[in-house]
Design a protein around this ligand. Structure first.
Ligand code: ATP
Ligand code: MG
Length: 644
């Protein structure tokens, strides 16, 4: 389906990059020859175990895996103490950039002291190993400090996006049975103060949660109600606690966190992750995929801690790897559209990890904005969250990466805990739009509907053949849903829910969610390919396509597009875009209707929620939209569809 020039165009790693890369080609063979031995070796190499493990993988009761089960470790010790003990206490761990322009820098020694204080305070509030703590914070250092403080105590955190409603917070608190909530008065977004504490008050007002205590970080200084006996200020308590805290060591399978999925395809699931295996694969991917060089790199993962990318590649990965990282509180257009690039220039960021939705937004704003900044510190770029359109990939490579930075397109899920499919940047020549190959030690396949045969060139279903260290250990309190969702379609094989195909080089291309794959007159069509064709048109900034029920063809392709500034919403433009898809992919893929809209429905993590657009296309009331970033967009879209 894809234009063959796209499939063959590759970018070899720059020779200096390849020569200095942490992981070389032989890792693939070693990972394939003996995956358990491979992961045991990585774990002993990268993780500080207080007690070594004797068994690598226990798969005696699939799909419930145990990794390194009789080993003992402390995840926070791995992120902090060991770096300080190794003499790197003065290295900056976090460079925080607040949206209004304030900044704050914490060395590893300082971060260890802050985490110790928070751990002491949580202990005072009665938190013990095995408990759960809900974290409802903006992107400020206290978010990471709180997560690490829980990890240090062996208590699991459940981070809830600061943008979620009181109801979403309440249901997650109840599901996880959290006894403490850590929040803030508010934060700065888009140049304004937003508030968080009122949502906590509302979530707890029904009296049906197990929450006993609320810790409140003062970020904006706005007025908040404090409930006597329940609420305490962070600065009155944590700041006065002792900065000494001796880490205890816990079993490798001790729960580390519960995190609810984005809800792109349905009701969010409470995904459970544990300690030793998770940390192993997070650290290995820092080393192999991000080519982490802790002495010289400055790492910036732009994800919020409210989704899995912010867990693995803000809170745990960079710190466990001993890196200096940037955390930014606000939006990319505050105070102006150059904010990200100003942060890159100021902090000399070497490694930038972002989502395709952000890249498409920057494309729409125009390349003269990043051109005003010095981006030459960058050496590696990453993408996550959705398939990256080849057009967006090329722009990212050329405009942001100056043509010299490899791009790692990383496919993974909340459930997988860390990267699963991504190029090793010093080894593979990268391909715009393809996530390419499973990382060493991971075995994936693309199979047909029966699961028995490899899928043909048109693609099929992505499955994972063997357990992996950072795999989810289940859905919180719902083992049946865990089995049913991921392990019932094919025996002892993990069903990811994503459509994919392999090209002639064996490289993997993601086609979209299996639920979203369209069937037009018996032809299977991929959302990702049609969207990429639309985005490649100069008039289009963003696109989403869905298959809507159709009397003649079974399903019809319906496209929703945002046009670039200066292009009008006219029937002529819509018709031109229809023809463009027909020409690029084939007449069968030509959308039946193209709706030009001003917004697309996205989750907080920037993923397009096609199921809501499908509701519009099929003239239904729109379904559950509680995880939408902006709940008003559906009305805007329905209004513009009604007009066109
Ligand atoms: P839910 O499961 O509740 O619908 P979700 O799947 O959106 O939510 P996440 O776990 O945050 O929640 O997202 C994982 C999904 O994101 C993957 O299954 C895949 O569809 C998509 N994805 C992530 N990274 C990539 C990538 N590099 N290329 C293609 N798709 C990606
Ligand atoms: Mg999912």
């Amino acid at each position: 389906m894809t234009d063959s020039t796209e499939a063959t165009e590759t970018f070899a790693p720059p020779p200096e990059f390849a020569a200095a890369a942490n992981v070389k080609e032989d890792a693939y063979e070693r990972g394939a020859a003996d995956f358990e031995g491979f992961w045991a070796e990585q774990s002993r190499d990268l993780v500080d175990w207080n007690e070594d493990f004797t068994e690598v993988l226990d798969w005696s009761n699939p799909p419930f895996a145990k990794w390194f089960a009789d080993g003992k470790l402390n995840v926070a010790y791995n992120c902090l103490d060991r770096h300080v003990l190794a003499g790197n206490g003065d290295r900056v761990a976090i460079n925080f950039e607040g949206e209004p322009g304030d900044s704050r820098s914490l060395t590893y020694a300082e971060l260890l002291a802050e985490v110790s204080k928070a751990a002491n305070m949580l202990t005072e509030l009665g938190v013990e190993a095995g408990d759960r703590v809900a974290i409802y914070l903006p992107m400020i250092p206290e978010a990471v400090i709180s997560m690490l403080a829980c990890a240090r105590l062996g208590a699991a955190h459940s981070v809830v996006f600061g943008g979620f409603s009181a109801d979403a917070l309440r249901s997650r608190i109840i599901d996880a049975e959290a006894r403490v909530v850590i929040t803030a008065d508010g934060s700065y977004r888009r140049g304004k103060e937003t508030s968080l504490k009122p949502a906590v008050d509302e979530a707890l007002s029904h009296g049906d949660t197990p929450v006993e205590s609320v810790l409140v970080v003062r970020r904006t200084g706005q007025d908040v109600d404090m409930t006597e006996g329940r609420d305490q200020w962070w600065h009155d308590t944590v700041d006065n606690a002792s900065p000494e805290h001796e880490a205890e060591f816990f079993d490798a399978e001790n729960p580390l966190f519960i995190l609810y999925t984005s809800g792109t395809t349905g009701k969010p699931k409470g995904i459970l992750h544990t300690s030793g295996g998770y940390l192993t694969q997070v650290l290995y991917t820092m080393k192999a995929v991000f080519d982490a060089k802790p002495e010289t790199d400055v790492f910036w993962c732009t994800a919020d801690v409210g989704w899995v990318t912010g867990h693995s590649y803000v809170a745990y990965g960079p710190l466990a790897a001993g890196m200096t990282q940037v955390i930014y509180e606000g939006t990319p257009d505050t105070p102006d559209q150059g904010r990200w690039w100003e942060i890159v220039e100021k902090n000399k960021v070497t490694t930038l990890y972002a989502a395709p939705t952000a890249i498409r937004t920057f494309m729409k704003w125009g390349e003269d904005i990043p051109a005003k900044y010095d981006l030459t510190s960058l050496r590696l770029l990453g993408s996550v969250g959705e398939p990256i359109n080849p057009e967006a990939w090329r722009w990212y490579h050329r405009v942001i990466g100056g043509g010299r930075c490899p791009i790692v397109d990383t496919w993974w899920q909340t459930e997988t805990g860390s990267h699963m499919i991504a190029p090793l940047p010093g080894v593979l020549a990268t391909k715009p739009g393809s996530a390419q190959r499973p990382i060493p030690g991971i075995s994936v396949d693309v199979v047909d509907e029966t699961g028995e045969h490899p899928a043909g060139p048109e693609g099929g279903l992505l499955v994972i053949r063997q357990p992996w260290p950072s795999m989810l250990r289940g859905i919180w309190k719902d083992p049946e849903r865990f089995k049913e969702t991921y392990w019932s379609r094919f025996e002892d094989t993990y069903f990811a829910g994503d459509g994919a195909r392999r090209d002639e080089d064996g490289d993997i291309w993601f086609l979209g969610r299996v639920d979203d794959v369209m069937n037009v007159s018996g032809h299977r069509l991929s959302t990702a390919e049609i969207e990429s064709a639309l985005v490649a048109h100069p008039s289009v900034a963003e696109a989403a396509v869905v298959g809507a029920a159709d009397d003649t063809s079974g399903q019809a392709v319906i496209a929703f597009v945002i046009v670039v500034d200066g292009v009008e919403n006219s029937p002529e433009v819509a018709e031109e875009l229809r023809q463009h898809v027909g020409k690029e992919i084939g007449p069968i893929a030509k959308p039946k209707r193209v709706h030009i809209v001003s917004e697309l429905p996205k989750t907080r993590s920037g993923k397009i929620m096609r199921r809501l657009l499908k509701d519009v296309a099929e003239n239904r009331a729109v379904g559950d939209s509680t995880t939408l970033a902006d709940s008003s967009v559906m009305e805007l879209i329905e209004a513009s569809v009604a007009k066109s």
